[in-house]
Design a protein. Structure first.
Length: 155
């Protein structure tokens, strides 16, 4: 996906990194409508879901969805997420997240999108993300309908 955002930059998006709980899921259950949106976007870019899998449900909840699941340990989660971002290339990667452990990936990605779902959002993410969305569906729409992304980020 190549999106020219006047006054911001021309971005080539090849990857999306998503946090799971609090971002794509609530209490370990995928939020309604997310599966369809993920599969629709996966036709255009590669989707990675990175999680410590707090509720132990990620594999079952994402079954049949075109994404790569990466489970991380409970130690230094923010660094593990940042390491994945750096491995994929921050200049081509959008990140979705809500928690404190998402802070570094939101701050360092080409476009960081903070998600304000049922768990809320870590306060520093409001300053570190490029965009804050009130729900995950709105965040996916920014990538599926790039004119919305342009309208939000253009100068």
């Amino acid at each position: 996906m190549i999106i020219d955002i006047p006054g911001f930059k021309k971005v080539t998006i090849t990857n999306l990194i998503c946090d799971f709980n609090g971002t794509l899921a609530n209490k370990g259950e995928l939020i309604n409508g997310v599966a369809k949106l993920m599969n629709e976007l996966a036709v255009k870019i590669k989707i990675y879901v990175i999680t410590a899998d707090t509720f132990g449900t990620v594999e079952q909840q994402l079954k049949g969805i075109n994404c790569e699941i990466l489970k991380i340990s409970n130690e230094n989660q923010a660094k593990q997420k940042l390491d994945l971002l750096n491995k994929l290339n921050p200049e081509n990667t959008v990140c979705f997240g809500n928690g404190k452990n998402d802070e570094l990936m939101l701050k360092n990605s080409v476009i960081g999108i903070g998600i304000m779902e049922n768990e809320g959002i870590f306060s520093k993410n409001i300053l570190n993300a490029h965009i804050i969305c009130k729900n995950i569906q709105n965040a996916f729409e920014l990538l599926l309908i790039p004119k919305k992304l342009v309208a939000t980020l253009r100068n």
